[in-house]
Design a protein around this ligand. Structure first.
Ligand code: SF4
Length: 513
């Protein structure tokens, strides 16, 4: 069983001069430092738009908080205490690479991937880098699969391995662009009034393909060096232009990246939650307009029969990643709920309910989701490609539980916290000579808890349960990696064979011949 690091571990990375940083990419390790990642982003051609063009995402206060999240993954890979699960040996290059760029080949790899994501989520809530990594993972299996089709006679896997090698050698954290804008949901992709609702091939030449369309929302889209594009669904024969997968530098000609959720900002006061001061998730809408992709970077083009398989591979591996990050988030909710109950003096029996029962209703989720993640590893299967695939049913169940239970856990936390998280006085008043003693009266509870700590805890709960940022976390838990309805359908389909056995059992017990 994977050992969870309940306490997030902090890396202490001292960065040396730029020359020695560069050499790290050439020796036995190809691990970028956070500073090298930032430097690579700063060098890119400006195609990111907020209300106006962003020249350097690292100098934009909001985007920099998203960059901080991805930077933690780079930072931890250099920490000796975490290296074992943050890095892996590449079968392609023979070098030590970031585990996010390693395709899991065994259950042990999955265990370590789980530990990496869980550890990162303890620090950042959402590690963000999983999406692009899961896109690589899905492309590895998908390209292998389509190349096995003797009729199609494709050569995508070799191209993909070349690309993967490039990603590993340069320790790139690509964005994974799977979700199309989708347009009118009641009509098929080919019937959309706006053809760009789905990314599609515009024309082909002997050198490559030209693509147009919109993918949104895309995690890390505004602060990734590369974009890996995959189909998000199955297509019919007449929709084969939409069956396209490729990788492209994020600043390639014809790409515009729009930063989404402009209102989502975090408070930065002395007593505001630490998380928002450092981290933020900024999604992007990526618009492709006649973008040229050379054949070497095309991983599916018109083989519509396999588009759904690419999407399924991605869904399974990303839902497995959810099984790793969400226990950390539910643990945080449990901790906040237990603490506020302690601070408020509502532990034990309280009016009509019991705080232990409420706490249990939050806590159980972390264990159930972790259990699903572990079951997905236990029943993982090797694929012919050499990659190991987590069990789809358990991966989906883990994601399903997190999406279904998160709003319930939030409402329990709101119950336990009372109204104070959204009724805090201005924090400056706490330090004010005249008003401080007056406003501190609102925090008077049990003795021994400083009003400042009470304020901080309420601020954390407000961030999780009642802020723009918390809203993003709540929407993401439900919709990220697919909707709850899709997960139900997958779990149901996976159970169909068993259902026949269940019916037989019921007949036997009822005495029906
Ligand atoms: Fe990774 Fe979880 Fe964030 Fe998805 S929601 S990117 S799985 S940490």
């Amino acid at each position: 069983m994977t050992k969870l690091n309940i306490k997030a571990k902090k890396a202490q990375v001292k960065v040396s001069d730029p020359e020695s940083q560069r050499s790290r990419l050439n020796n036995s390790e190809t691990l970028k430092t956070p500073e090298e990642y930032r430097a690579a982003l700063s060098k890119m051609k400006p195609n990111i738009v907020k209300d106006k063009v962003v020249r350097d995402p690292c100098k934009d206060k909001e985007l920099d908080k998203g960059i901080n999240v991805v930077a933690v993954s780079y930072e931890y890979a250099h920490d000796q205490k975490m290296k074992e699960f943050m890095t892996a040996k590449s079968p392609l290059t023979g070098k030590t690479i970031h585990r996010y760029n390693h395709i899991p080949r065994s259950k042990e790899d999955l265990e370590k991937r789980y530990e990496m994501i869980n550890t990162l989520a303890q620090e950042t809530f959402c590690a963000q880098r999983c999406v692009g990594s899961d896109a690589l993972y899905a492309l590895f299996m998908g390209t292998y699969l389509v190349d096995q089709d003797k009729v199609l006679n494709t050569n995508y896997h070799r191209h993909f391995l070349e690309y993967l090698k490039y990603v590993q050698e340069n320790d790139i954290a690509p964005a994974g662009a799977i979700t199309d804008a989708k347009g009118d949901r009641s009509v098929s992709p080919a019937e959309q009034p706006e053809r760009d609702s789905y990314v599609h091939v515009v024309r082909k030449t002997d050198k490559g393909v030209y693509v147009s369309g919109v993918k949104s929302p895309i995690t890390t889209g505004a602060y990734a060096e590369e974009i890996c594009v995959l189909p998000g669904r199955q297509f019919a024969a007449h929709e084969k232009d939409f069956a396209i997968a490729f990788a492209i530098p994020a600043d390639a000609e014809g790409i515009t990246r729009f930063v989404l959720s402009p209102e989502i900002k975090a408070l930065e006061g002395e007593f505001s939650a630490c998380h928002g001061k450092k981290y933020l998730n900024k999604e992007a809408m990526i618009v492709f307009e006649d973008v040229f992709v050379p054949w070497g970077r095309v991983f599916l083009c018109g083989e519509y029969q396999y588009a759904g398989r690419y999407a399924d591979f991605f869904a399974t591996v990303h839902r497995f990643s959810y099984c790793a990050c969400k226990p950390a988030v539910f643990n945080l909710l449990s901790g906040a709920a237990a603490l506020i109950s302690e601070y408020n003096g509502t532990e034990g029996k309280y009016l009509f309910s019991d705080s232990k029962g409420k706490l249990f209703d939050i806590m159980k989720n972390a264990d159930m989701i972790q259990g699903m993640g572990q079951a997905a590893i236990k029943f993982a299967k090797e694929t012919e490609s050499g990659a190991v695939l987590p069990d789809p049913k358990y991966a989906n169940l883990g994601k399903f539980i997190s999406g279904e239970q998160f709003p319930k856990a939030i409402s329990i936390l709101q119950d336990m916290a009372g109204n104070l998280p959204v009724s805090l006085p201005h924090e400056n008043l706490l330090k004010d000579k005249e008003y401080g003693p007056k406003v501190k009266k609102v925090f008077a509870r049990k003795e021994g808890i400083p009003p400042e700590d009470h304020y901080r805890l309420n601020e954390l709960i407000r961030t999780i349960a009642a802020s723009d940022e918390g809203g993003l976390l709540q929407f993401g838990t439900r919709h990220g990696g697919g909707t709850i309805e899709v997960e139900k359908a997958t779990i149901y389909t996976q159970n169909l064979k068993k259902l026949q056995e269940c019916k037989k059992m019921a007949k036997r017990q009822a005495g029906i011949e």
